[in-house]
Design a protein around this ligand. Structure first.
Ligand SMILES: Cc1cc2nc3c(=O)[nH]c(=O)nc-3n(C[C@H](O)[C@H](O)[C@H](O)COP(=O)(O)OP(=O)(O)OC[C@H]3O[C@@H](n4cnc5c(N)ncnc54)[C@H](O)[C@@H]3O)c2cc1C
Length: 506
């Protein structure tokens, strides 16, 4: 029976044997933990949107023949990729946080084309196995986490050069039925909220790194996995009484470290095993999808722009010209991110496997903008909000009979605005620029899908300088190199026949 909606999804997470540590203790039931639950709610929203807006959040899969959640769909056209972006923006608007499913979607799509090409070269069976896996998760409507980033130890050393081999996930042993892997994956978005995790290599590999060239699917509650929950700024506010101080009490993101201790992957769930020369292709295709998936941040940007406009209104400054201009600036930055991302999807091409891959240059430009613009949008939101955003007393003080009436009186905005609503909007801005959801809006924007330098490297690789130099020289009538030699030969020839025209002129 497939999961049909958000409520059934939440139910599907209950009672699993998942070893999650938080504050040094095993969590009995993650679903009921007040700090974890908002992240589960955010994933649940991806199920509900598929029902409410099927045009953008679901798709007809020709693999299973089913109408599936778009997060599980293999892109069959450029339009599918554009709809991914539309869905991502919408979910950002609805949750104001990271809804944790893009990484799985982008992993499935990049693996689809990469496994096809590995099989073409090596005669392996990875593509067929992957299709069977995709059909299964589509039929059951499951959540997939994509685990690419290793802990990496000394960044200047390759996996096989590390003093501790476990700095990158690798094979420890194999038998007739499959392989065993050990290592750790860092910063894993939504991993505990997933049903399956796909582990993938994180960088270009060489022959000596063969044991690190592994891709496989693992159930989240597999034997040998330990999760250590990642802290987020102000996260324990979710554990306090009341909900104003959380800023966004319903939704949050989730990251955890995944530690794999000889975890078994059966043969039928292995999608790369030693083909190290394909690691770079997989990483590049995955990051190409994923860097444009960051248009999700424009949905969060919409929320923050809305919060800034609301607080300006509550404070009685909405008609000031500099406020209007700042809101225009925020919107311009936000739409610039969206423009690059959606253009990348529109400019997609068909891969040899038949699925569609978005444009790499524009994806990298989109993500590079994301490493900067949300910070600027956040800065302007804080400018408009005023200092109260970070000096405001707690909800408990607001509810207290001793201090509540004082706060009610002294934290008023313009006439007709409730003090409580003013506090709520300020807390939301705090949440998105300094609190829990600043993880998703700011630092994830910086490092997720690769730190800024990774995009600059890709942009540099594709900027076609020689071609652009030719364009410029052509218009400037510059002649050099071969063209210059030819020009000289011509000049000599004409001189020989007609003599030096300058001399003749004298
Ligand atoms: C909120 C969040 C969610 C994430 N979710 C996921 C997820 O779901 N799945 C997943 O797989 N990953 C995820 N990531 C990981 C993300 O891809 C990495 O953070 C990113 O690739 C950077 O790696 P790092 O954090 O180890 O930083 P580092 O690699 O340590 O980078 C720090 C700095 O060092 C520089 N640097 C690194 N190596 C070198 C080198 N060899 N030479 C010169 N400079 C170098 C970088 O350019 C950067 O400026 C997430 C990250 C965040 C913050």
């Amino acid at each position: 029976m497939p999961i049909r909606n958000g409520a059934e999804y939440i139910q599907s997470l209950r009672g699993r044997d998942v070893k999650v540590y938080l504050f040094g203790e095993l969590v009995k039931e993650p679903v009921d933990h007040p700090m974890i639950r908002p992240s589960i709610n955010a994933v649940a929203a991806t199920y509900d949107l598929a029902n409410e807006d099927p045009e953008i959040a679901s798709a007809q899969s020709s693999l299973s023949g089913l109408s599936v959640n778009r997060f599980l769909h293999i892109a069959e056209s450029a339009e599918d990729l554009v709809n991914q972006n539309r869905m991502q923006r919408k979910l950002g608007q609805l949750t104001g946080t990271c809804f944790q499913r893009c990484v799985g979607m982008d992993a499935l799509n990049s693996l689809y084309s990469t496994t096809y090409e590995i099989d073409q070269k090596h005669g392996t069976q990875y593509h067929k196995r992957l299709i069977e896996f995709i059909k299964k998760v589509q039929q059951e409507n499951l959540v997939i986490g994509g685990a690419m980033t290793d802990v990496k130890g000394d960044r200047s050393l390759s996996p096989s050069q590390q003093p501790d081999p476990d700095m990158f996930v690798h094979i420890t042993k194999r038998d007739a039925n499959g392989i065993y892997v050990t290592g750790a994956k860092a910063h894993q978005t939504g991993c505990i909220n997933s049903h399956w995790i796909i582990i993938m290599p994180t960088m270009r590999l060489k022959g000596e790194d063969k044991d690190y060239a592994i891709v496989g699917a693992i159930p989240v509650d597999a034997k040998g996995i330990t999760y250590i929950y990642g802290r987020q700024s102000c996260d324990t506010r979710s554990m306090e009484e009341g909900e104003i101080d959380s800023g966004n009490s319903r939704f949050a993101g989730q990251e955890a470290m995944i530690i794999l201790d000889n975890v078994f992957i059966p043969n039928e769930l292995i999608f790369m095993d030693g083909e190290y020369e394909f690691a770079a292709m997989l990483v590049e295709r995955f990051t190409c999808y994923h860097r444009r998936s960051y248009v999700c941040k424009t949905g969060l940007g919409d929320v923050l722009i809305g919060a800034a406009a609301a607080i300006a209104d509550y404070n009685g400054i909405s008609s000031a010209s500099h406020i209007k201009d700042k809101l225009v600036e925020m919107t311009h930055l936000n739409e610039t991110i969206f423009a690059a991302g959606i253009a990348s999807s529109f400019m997609a091409h068909k891969t040899a496997s038949g699925n569609w891959q978005n444009d790499d240059m524009l994806a990298n430009v989109c993500k590079h903008n994301v490493t900067r613009f949300p910070y600027e949008i956040g800065r302007i939101a804080q400018d408009i909000a005023g200092g109260l955003m970070v000096t405001m007393p707690s909800e408990k003080d607001f509810r207290s009979p001793s201090t509540g009436p004082l706060l009610e009186k002294y934290l008023k905005g313009r006439k007709g605005v409730s003090t409580e609503n003013r506090m709520r909007v300020l807390r939301l801005i705090e949440n998105m620029t300094l609190g829990r959801n600043a993880v998703g809006y700011l630092t994830e924007s910086m490092h997720g899908a690769g730190s800024p330098q990774a995009q600059r490297i890709q942009i540099a690789r594709q900027m076609q300088l020689e071609y652009k130099k030719k364009l410029a020289k052509n218009l400037a009538n510059v002649t050099e190199g071969e063209a210059a030699e030819l020009a000289q030969e011509n000049a000599d020839y004409f001189n020989k026949i007609f003599g030096n025209s300058k001399k003749a002129a004298k």
